[in-house]
Design a protein around this ligand. Structure first.
Ligand code: COA
Length: 166
């Protein structure tokens, strides 16, 4: 059963509310996944805002390790929530951590009174699009030439705007 399986692929990881102590590891993983990378202090500025909350996937005490597996940061205000960033360390990819992090973010947004959640995703990001579809997000709009092209890629990528009704 696919959904339950997400908790079994990497049972040594639990989802924790993001705190300041996590931010150096969060920024390190963000730097592996995204350009430009966000610094730990940039994450701190965001997390300090009342409307922003985050979760991390981290090895639990019983595993004997403390590695960070991934993170998600969400803003929730005025009945709407937005995924600011989400990422999983490639060493722990495809093990359900992204799905579990997103479930935590969705749960928190509901608690905060949000009725919809939005996010933007590069139209070429097959993994993220598949994850979001699996979570029930649907495309509600698009932005042309949203993502800056890399040196090798002459055509700027577009972004899909996705929505999940909470
Ligand atoms: C997108 C991302 C967060 C997914 O995290 P993950 O922990 O690897 O994903 P999960 O293991 O939770 O995957 C859950 C489901 O999403 C889909 N999925 C995830 N990665 C996929 C991939 N590479 N190809 C196709 N489908 C994928 C699958 O449906 C998967 O379920 P399955 O393994 O049973 O088929 C991760 O690939 C990542 O950090 N990418 C780089 C950063 C990024 O693009 N962030 C999103 C920006 S909008």
């Amino acid at each position: 059963m696919a959904l339950i399986d997400y908790f079994l692929r990497r049972p040594e990881f639990d989802i924790f509310q993001m705190t300041g102590d996590h931010l150096p590891d969060v920024a390190r993983i963000h730097g592996v996944l995204f350009k430009p990378a966000w610094s730990a202090s940039a994450f701190y500025s965001l997390l300090s805002q009342d409307s922003v909350s985050g979760f991390v996937a981290r090895q639990n005490n019983s595993s004997g390790g403390s590695a960070m597996g991934g993170f998600v940061l969400t803003r929730s205000a005025g009945g709407e929530a937005e995924i600011l960033t989400v990422g999983v360390d490639p060493r722990y990819g495809r093990a359900g951590l992204g799905w579990r992090l997103m479930q935590a973010a969705v749960g928190r947004a509901r608690q905060d009174g949000a009725e919809t959640m939005f996010l933007e995703v590069d139209q070429a990001n097959v993994a993220a699009l598949a994850l979001y579809r699996r979570l029930g997000f649907r495309k509600v709009g698009e932005r042309k030439a949203y993502y800056k092209p890399s040196a090798q890629d002459a055509s700027p990528g577009g972004a899909d705007i996705l929505r999940l009704d909470l």
